[in-house]
Design a protein around this ligand. Structure first.
Ligand code: PMP
Length: 431
């Protein structure tokens, strides 16, 4: 594998950008390697500046359901650019986009565009707090909701823990109202509501935790969140930055049959352009400025380029339900191939899958929460990652992320991946 050009760019990158990257995990630091720098991508393939070709399972961390740069989404974008790239004054396409999202998501009446998942969750919490006039929020260990201060919290080892700042720079005062429970732990939720339920403004949850590998929320866990928030007058927020429009066209509502009060979307609705959105019932969303008193704004929100690509992407997903069926079939093919590999090699590892999200955990199952995930043999994963990279397969450079499938991945891509995975597992375990 050639890497002279990537290495050269990286040398300069670390001079000018912290760690040489604009988001930490891109550094490949967790797998002990230097990053590759990308030149271009098309379909299921991504190419680095040294000319190496990879089957891409990062897919921009989720949004590229139809693969890189699909013709039917990108064509016409030059014409949009030629009419102006941002106005700061409303456009009709923002309304069309809002309508598509509201019609797709059975739990909400209104939606507000933002520019990232972080903005979506941060804003939704502000609205939920304004709506309930309460301060406390409940999140779950191992769930990531972006890097805003109040959400950048993980719990200690206990079941119910007061938040501690994950990062220096987050004042403890800011996170004192962030409560953390173990994911999928029904008793922990009951307990925390028993003691503090009337002070909890919102519960925010990833219905399938996609930031500690792939850990599906149990049906009874999500149902409990629905019931208990209703009972105590708290707002239930589904963070669907990863699951939205991926599990199903109606997202987690369709997949689990449970309706939250609010939802957050991110990259997935922009097909690769920077975007996010939060929505809720009319009653809740009428808190948002300029109708209500909760302030939230954004110069580039509803940007015409993002709206153009996002809208086309969602229309394709809406009008072609077989995409979901095909994606799931491919994911099952991958899941079964990975399971068969670990069985053949006598490894006691686990494959979790939800829709088109797949993760091979380097530990025994079941994997239901963050404690389970932390059992993984990360050093073996790192070797596995490197061996796959050498074989032209790009995974997220950490054990704790999903493999994102797109409809551009072919059965041949998947079969090649399964075979390469067998070889890489063998080498990683000296078998
Ligand atoms: N919520 C979830 C569930 C996410 O996975 C992410 C990022 N992957 C975010 C929020 C934050 O989104 P962004 O990186 O666009 O700010």
């Amino acid at each position: 594998m050639k890497n002279e050009k990537s290495s050269k760019i990286y040398e300069e990158a670390i001079e000018y950008i912290p760690g040489g990257v604009n988001s930490p995990v891109r550094a490949f630091k967790s797998v002990g390697l230097d990053p590759i720098f990308i030149d271009r991508a098309h379909g299921s393939r991504i190419y680095d500046v040294d000319g190496n070709e990879y089957i891409d399972y990062i897919c921009s961390w989720g949004p590229l359901m139809l693969g890189h740069s699909p013709k039917e989404i990108v064509e016409g974008i030059e014409e949009v650019v030629s009419r102006g790239t941002s106005y700061g004054v409303p456009t009709a396409i923002e309304v069309e986009m809002a309508k598509i999202i509201v019609e797709a998501y059975p739990a909400i009446d209104q939606v507000r565009m933002v520019n990232s998942g972080t903005e979506a969750t941060m804003s939704a919490l502000r609205v939920a707090r304004g709506f309930t006039k309460r301060n406390k929020i409940l999140k779950f260990e191992g769930c990531y909701h972006g890097h805003s201060d109040a959400l950048l919290v993980k719990s200690g080892s206990g079941t119910i823990t007061y938040g501690v700042p994950t990062s220096p720079g987050v004042p403890s005062d800011v996170v004192k109202d962030t409560l953390v429970c173990r994911y999928n732990d029904l008793d922990a939720v009951r307990e925390i509501f028993k003691t503090q339920g009337h002070e909890i403004a919102a519960v925010i949850v990833e219905t399938v935790a996609g930031n500690m590998g792939v850990v599906p929320g149990k049906q009874e866990f999500l149902q409990l969140l629905r019931d208990i928030t209703k009972e105590y007058g708290s707002v239930l927020i589904f963070d669907e930055v990863i699951t939205g429009f991926r599990l199903n066209y109606s997202s987690s509502v369709g997949y689990f049959g449970i309706k939250p009060d609010m939802v957050c979307f991110g990259k997935i609705i922009g097909a690769g352009l920077p975007v996010g959105a939060y929505g809720g019932t009319k009653e809740i969303m009428s808190m948002v400025s300029p109708v209500g008193p909760v302030y939230q704004a954004g110069t580039l929100s509803g940007n015409p380029l993002a709206m153009y690509m996002g809208k086309k992407n969602l229309e394709i997903l809406r009008d072609n339900p077989q995409i979901y069926k095909e994606l799931e079939e491919k994911a099952i093919r991958l899941e079964e191939g990975l399971k068969s590999n670990i069985e053949k090699l006598g490894l006691n590892y686990t494959v979790n899958r939800a829709g088109s999200l797949v993760c091979l955990f380097f530990t025994h199952g079941p994997i239901e929460n963050y404690d389970d995930v932390t059992r993984c043999d990360v050093s073996k994963f790192n070797k596995y990652f490197e061996e796959l990279l050498k074989r032209g397969i790009l995974l997220a450079p950490t054990q704790f992320e999903a493999m994102f499938l797109s409809n551009a991945h072919t059965n041949e891509d998947i079969d090649y991946t399964i075979n390469a995975s067998y070889e890489a597992l063998k080498i990683a375990h000296n078998l």
